[in-house]
Design a protein around this ligand. Structure first.
Ligand code: FAD
Length: 243
Protein backbone atom coordinates (compact mmCIF):
# COMPACT_ATOMS: atom_id res chain seq x y z
CA UNK A 1 0.00 0.00 0.00
CA UNK A 2 1.13 3.56 -0.71
CA UNK A 3 0.22 6.14 1.89
CA UNK A 4 0.36 9.92 1.58
CA UNK A 5 0.30 12.05 4.73
CA UNK A 6 -0.67 15.65 4.09
CA UNK A 7 0.80 17.19 7.21
CA UNK A 8 -0.44 20.60 8.30
CA UNK A 9 1.33 21.90 11.39
CA UNK A 10 3.99 24.62 11.55
CA UNK A 11 6.00 22.99 14.37
CA UNK A 12 8.08 19.82 13.79
CA UNK A 13 8.01 19.00 17.55
CA UNK A 14 4.23 19.33 17.82
CA UNK A 15 1.92 16.55 18.88
CA UNK A 16 0.54 16.52 15.35
CA UNK A 17 4.05 15.78 14.18
CA UNK A 18 4.26 12.91 16.67
CA UNK A 19 1.01 11.52 15.20
CA UNK A 20 2.50 11.83 11.72
CA UNK A 21 5.68 10.01 12.83
CA UNK A 22 3.60 7.28 14.48
CA UNK A 23 1.74 6.78 11.19
CA UNK A 24 5.02 6.54 9.25
CA UNK A 25 6.44 4.02 11.75
CA UNK A 26 3.24 1.90 11.76
CA UNK A 27 2.83 1.77 8.00
CA UNK A 28 6.51 1.20 7.27
CA UNK A 29 6.54 -1.73 9.72
CA UNK A 30 3.74 -3.31 7.68
CA UNK A 31 5.69 -2.85 4.44
CA UNK A 32 3.74 0.14 3.13
CA UNK A 33 5.43 3.02 1.32
CA UNK A 34 4.81 6.39 2.99
CA UNK A 35 5.21 9.82 1.49
CA UNK A 36 4.72 13.11 3.37
CA UNK A 37 3.54 16.39 1.99
CA UNK A 38 4.65 18.82 4.72
CA UNK A 39 2.71 21.95 3.82
CA UNK A 40 4.44 24.40 6.18
CA UNK A 41 7.99 23.04 5.82
CA UNK A 42 7.62 23.05 2.03
CA UNK A 43 6.07 26.52 2.22
CA UNK A 44 3.05 25.56 0.19
CA UNK A 45 1.30 28.76 -0.91
CA UNK A 46 -2.40 28.31 -0.10
CA UNK A 47 -3.47 31.49 -1.88
CA UNK A 48 -4.88 30.98 -5.37
CA UNK A 49 -3.72 33.91 -7.51
CA UNK A 50 -2.69 34.99 -11.01
CA UNK A 51 1.05 34.82 -10.29
CA UNK A 52 0.90 31.03 -10.10
CA UNK A 53 0.07 30.77 -13.79
CA UNK A 54 2.98 31.35 -16.17
CA UNK A 55 1.04 30.80 -19.37
CA UNK A 56 -2.28 32.63 -18.99
CA UNK A 57 -5.37 32.07 -21.14
CA UNK A 58 -6.63 35.54 -20.17
CA UNK A 59 -4.11 38.14 -19.05
CA UNK A 60 -6.72 40.91 -18.62
CA UNK A 61 -8.88 39.25 -16.01
CA UNK A 62 -7.88 36.52 -13.56
CA UNK A 63 -10.51 33.78 -13.61
CA UNK A 64 -9.26 30.94 -11.41
CA UNK A 65 -11.41 28.28 -13.07
CA UNK A 66 -10.35 29.27 -16.61
CA UNK A 67 -6.66 29.36 -15.66
CA UNK A 68 -6.89 26.02 -13.87
CA UNK A 69 -8.55 24.42 -16.92
CA UNK A 70 -6.05 25.99 -19.29
CA UNK A 71 -2.97 25.07 -17.30
CA UNK A 72 -4.17 21.47 -17.01
CA UNK A 73 -4.94 21.26 -20.73
CA UNK A 74 -1.61 22.77 -21.74
CA UNK A 75 0.39 20.76 -19.22
CA UNK A 76 1.59 23.93 -17.50
CA UNK A 77 0.26 23.49 -13.97
CA UNK A 78 2.06 25.39 -11.20
CA UNK A 79 5.02 23.25 -10.09
CA UNK A 80 3.84 22.87 -6.48
CA UNK A 81 0.33 21.86 -7.60
CA UNK A 82 1.72 19.29 -10.05
CA UNK A 83 3.88 17.87 -7.23
CA UNK A 84 0.84 17.44 -4.97
CA UNK A 85 -1.18 15.80 -7.76
CA UNK A 86 1.69 13.39 -8.49
CA UNK A 87 1.77 12.46 -4.80
CA UNK A 88 -1.99 11.87 -4.79
CA UNK A 89 -1.72 9.74 -7.95
CA UNK A 90 0.84 7.49 -6.26
CA UNK A 91 -1.13 6.82 -3.06
CA UNK A 92 -3.92 4.42 -2.12
CA UNK A 93 -4.68 6.17 1.14
CA UNK A 94 -4.28 9.81 2.10
CA UNK A 95 -4.19 10.98 5.70
CA UNK A 96 -4.76 14.66 6.43
CA UNK A 97 -3.05 15.38 9.76
CA UNK A 98 -3.98 18.71 11.34
CA UNK A 99 -5.06 20.52 14.52
CA UNK A 100 -8.58 21.88 14.74
CA UNK A 101 -8.27 25.65 14.33
CA UNK A 102 -11.42 27.67 14.70
CA UNK A 103 -13.59 24.57 14.41
CA UNK A 104 -12.14 23.45 11.08
CA UNK A 105 -8.91 22.71 9.21
CA UNK A 106 -6.09 25.31 9.24
CA UNK A 107 -6.30 27.80 6.36
CA UNK A 108 -3.24 26.30 4.63
CA UNK A 109 -5.19 23.08 4.07
CA UNK A 110 -8.28 24.87 2.75
CA UNK A 111 -5.96 26.67 0.31
CA UNK A 112 -4.42 23.33 -0.66
CA UNK A 113 -7.91 22.16 -1.70
CA UNK A 114 -8.47 25.41 -3.65
CA UNK A 115 -5.26 25.01 -5.63
CA UNK A 116 -4.66 21.26 -5.98
CA UNK A 117 -8.11 20.03 -6.97
CA UNK A 118 -7.84 21.46 -10.48
CA UNK A 119 -11.02 22.31 -12.39
CA UNK A 120 -11.35 20.74 -15.82
CA UNK A 121 -8.66 18.22 -14.94
CA UNK A 122 -9.30 16.53 -11.61
CA UNK A 123 -13.01 17.30 -11.76
CA UNK A 124 -15.56 18.21 -14.40
CA UNK A 125 -19.36 18.36 -14.32
CA UNK A 126 -19.41 14.64 -15.18
CA UNK A 127 -16.35 13.55 -13.20
CA UNK A 128 -17.45 14.11 -9.60
CA UNK A 129 -18.75 12.29 -6.51
CA UNK A 130 -19.07 8.54 -7.17
CA UNK A 131 -17.60 9.14 -10.64
CA UNK A 132 -14.76 11.26 -9.25
CA UNK A 133 -11.12 11.30 -10.30
CA UNK A 134 -9.77 9.62 -7.17
CA UNK A 135 -12.21 6.70 -7.18
CA UNK A 136 -10.75 3.70 -5.36
CA UNK A 137 -8.53 5.77 -3.05
CA UNK A 138 -9.33 6.28 0.62
CA UNK A 139 -8.95 9.47 2.64
CA UNK A 140 -9.17 10.23 6.35
CA UNK A 141 -8.80 13.37 8.46
CA UNK A 142 -6.77 12.86 11.64
CA UNK A 143 -7.53 15.83 13.86
CA UNK A 144 -6.40 17.06 17.26
CA UNK A 145 -8.34 19.46 19.44
CA UNK A 146 -7.94 21.42 22.62
CA UNK A 147 -11.55 20.73 23.63
CA UNK A 148 -12.35 17.39 25.31
CA UNK A 149 -14.14 14.55 23.56
CA UNK A 150 -17.46 14.91 25.38
CA UNK A 151 -17.91 18.53 24.19
CA UNK A 152 -18.06 17.44 20.52
CA UNK A 153 -21.84 16.98 20.57
CA UNK A 154 -24.62 18.80 18.75
CA UNK A 155 -24.93 21.63 21.27
CA UNK A 156 -21.66 21.00 23.07
CA UNK A 157 -19.02 23.62 23.81
CA UNK A 158 -16.76 22.44 20.95
CA UNK A 159 -19.41 23.64 18.48
CA UNK A 160 -20.79 20.35 17.17
CA UNK A 161 -19.87 16.77 16.40
CA UNK A 162 -16.48 16.43 14.69
CA UNK A 163 -18.16 15.02 11.55
CA UNK A 164 -20.37 18.13 11.39
CA UNK A 165 -17.41 20.50 11.91
CA UNK A 166 -15.44 18.81 9.13
CA UNK A 167 -18.41 18.31 6.82
CA UNK A 168 -17.17 20.61 4.05
CA UNK A 169 -13.66 19.10 4.08
CA UNK A 170 -15.03 15.57 3.89
CA UNK A 171 -17.64 16.55 1.33
CA UNK A 172 -14.90 17.99 -0.89
CA UNK A 173 -12.97 14.71 -0.65
CA UNK A 174 -16.14 12.83 -1.57
CA UNK A 175 -16.67 15.28 -4.47
CA UNK A 176 -13.24 14.28 -5.76
CA UNK A 177 -14.17 10.60 -5.66
CA UNK A 178 -12.35 9.51 -2.50
CA UNK A 179 -13.83 6.90 -0.21
CA UNK A 180 -13.90 8.95 2.98
CA UNK A 181 -13.37 7.37 6.39
CA UNK A 182 -14.92 9.09 9.43
CA UNK A 183 -12.61 11.74 10.88
CA UNK A 184 -10.48 10.51 13.76
CA UNK A 185 -10.32 12.96 16.63
CA UNK A 186 -7.61 13.02 19.29
CA UNK A 187 -9.15 15.39 21.81
CA UNK A 188 -7.79 17.39 24.75
CA UNK A 189 -4.29 17.69 23.35
CA UNK A 190 -3.84 21.24 24.56
CA UNK A 191 -1.87 21.26 27.76
CA UNK A 192 0.32 23.92 29.30
CA UNK A 193 2.51 23.89 26.17
CA UNK A 194 6.24 23.41 25.61
CA UNK A 195 6.94 26.69 27.39
CA UNK A 196 5.62 25.29 30.67
CA UNK A 197 6.05 21.97 32.42
CA UNK A 198 3.26 19.54 31.54
CA UNK A 199 1.69 17.48 34.35
CA UNK A 200 2.92 13.86 34.16
CA UNK A 201 -0.61 12.46 33.77
CA UNK A 202 -1.20 14.68 30.74
CA UNK A 203 2.00 13.53 29.04
CA UNK A 204 1.21 9.88 29.85
CA UNK A 205 -2.26 10.41 28.34
CA UNK A 206 -0.67 11.72 25.15
CA UNK A 207 1.59 8.67 24.89
CA UNK A 208 -1.50 6.49 25.22
CA UNK A 209 -3.25 8.50 22.47
CA UNK A 210 -0.26 7.89 20.19
CA UNK A 211 -0.48 4.14 20.84
CA UNK A 212 -4.24 4.14 20.08
CA UNK A 213 -3.52 5.95 16.80
CA UNK A 214 -1.02 3.24 15.86
CA UNK A 215 -3.60 0.54 16.66
CA UNK A 216 -6.26 2.34 14.61
CA UNK A 217 -3.90 2.46 11.63
CA UNK A 218 -3.06 -1.23 11.92
CA UNK A 219 -6.79 -1.95 11.56
CA UNK A 220 -7.65 0.77 9.07
CA UNK A 221 -8.79 -1.75 6.46
CA UNK A 222 -11.74 -2.65 8.68
CA UNK A 223 -12.92 0.97 9.17
CA UNK A 224 -16.32 1.51 7.51
CA UNK A 225 -16.43 4.57 5.24
CA UNK A 226 -18.84 7.48 5.61
CA UNK A 227 -21.94 7.38 3.46
CA UNK A 228 -22.47 10.12 0.89
CA UNK A 229 -25.21 10.33 -1.72
CA UNK A 230 -24.22 9.64 -5.34
CA UNK A 231 -25.54 10.39 -8.82
CA UNK A 232 -28.35 7.82 -8.54
CA UNK A 233 -29.65 9.52 -5.41
CA UNK A 234 -30.28 12.93 -7.04
CA UNK A 235 -32.94 14.05 -9.46
CA UNK A 236 -32.16 16.15 -12.56
CA UNK A 237 -31.94 19.28 -10.36
CA UNK A 238 -29.41 17.74 -7.99
CA UNK A 239 -31.98 17.32 -5.24
CA UNK A 240 -32.17 14.05 -3.32
CA UNK A 241 -34.96 11.88 -4.72
CA UNK A 242 -37.86 11.03 -2.44
CA UNK A 243 -38.27 7.29 -2.18
C1 FAD B 1 -5.61 29.41 15.91
C2 FAD B 1 -6.07 28.31 16.81
C3 FAD B 1 -7.42 27.97 16.83
C4 FAD B 1 -7.86 26.92 17.64
N1 FAD B 1 -9.18 26.56 17.59
C5 FAD B 1 -9.61 25.48 18.28
C6 FAD B 1 -10.97 25.04 18.16
O1 FAD B 1 -11.78 25.60 17.43
N2 FAD B 1 -11.35 23.95 18.88
C7 FAD B 1 -10.49 23.27 19.70
O2 FAD B 1 -10.88 22.31 20.33
N3 FAD B 1 -9.19 23.66 19.81
C8 FAD B 1 -8.73 24.73 19.11
N4 FAD B 1 -7.40 25.11 19.19
C9 FAD B 1 -6.49 24.26 19.97
C10 FAD B 1 -5.74 23.30 19.05
O3 FAD B 1 -6.64 22.43 18.39
C11 FAD B 1 -4.74 22.49 19.85
O4 FAD B 1 -3.80 23.40 20.38
C12 FAD B 1 -4.03 21.46 18.98
O5 FAD B 1 -4.95 20.49 18.55
C13 FAD B 1 -2.95 20.76 19.77
O6 FAD B 1 -2.17 20.01 18.87
P1 FAD B 1 -0.65 20.42 18.61
O7 FAD B 1 -0.04 19.41 17.70
O8 FAD B 1 -0.58 21.84 18.21
O9 FAD B 1 -0.11 20.21 20.07
P2 FAD B 1 1.19 20.85 20.73
O10 FAD B 1 0.82 22.13 21.39
O11 FAD B 1 2.32 20.82 19.78
O12 FAD B 1 1.48 19.75 21.79
C14 FAD B 1 0.67 19.63 22.96
C15 FAD B 1 1.55 19.04 23.99
O13 FAD B 1 1.88 17.73 23.55
C16 FAD B 1 3.10 17.35 24.10
N5 FAD B 1 3.80 16.53 23.09
C17 FAD B 1 4.29 16.87 21.89
N6 FAD B 1 4.84 15.82 21.30
C18 FAD B 1 4.69 14.77 22.13
C19 FAD B 1 5.03 13.40 22.09
N7 FAD B 1 5.71 12.89 21.06
N8 FAD B 1 4.69 12.62 23.12
C20 FAD B 1 4.03 13.12 24.18
N9 FAD B 1 3.69 14.41 24.29
C21 FAD B 1 4.01 15.22 23.29
C22 FAD B 1 3.84 18.60 24.51
O14 FAD B 1 3.99 18.54 25.89
C23 FAD B 1 2.92 19.72 24.18
O15 FAD B 1 2.90 20.67 25.17
C24 FAD B 1 -6.93 26.19 18.45
C25 FAD B 1 -5.59 26.55 18.45
C26 FAD B 1 -5.13 27.60 17.64
C27 FAD B 1 -3.68 27.95 17.62
Amino acid sequence: MNVLIVFCHPEPRSFNSALKDKAIETFEKSGAVVEVSDLYAEQFDPVEKAEHYTSRVNIEVFEPLSEQRHSYKTDSLPIDVQREIDRLERCDLVIFQFPLWWHQQPAILKGWLDRVFIAGGLYTSKKRYDKGYFLGKRAVCSVTSGAPNNTFTENGRAGGEIQALLHSMNYSLNYMGFTVLPPRLVAEVQGAGFTYKEPEAFVAGLHEKLEHWGQYLQNIDSVAPMRFPGWNDWDEYGVEKKI
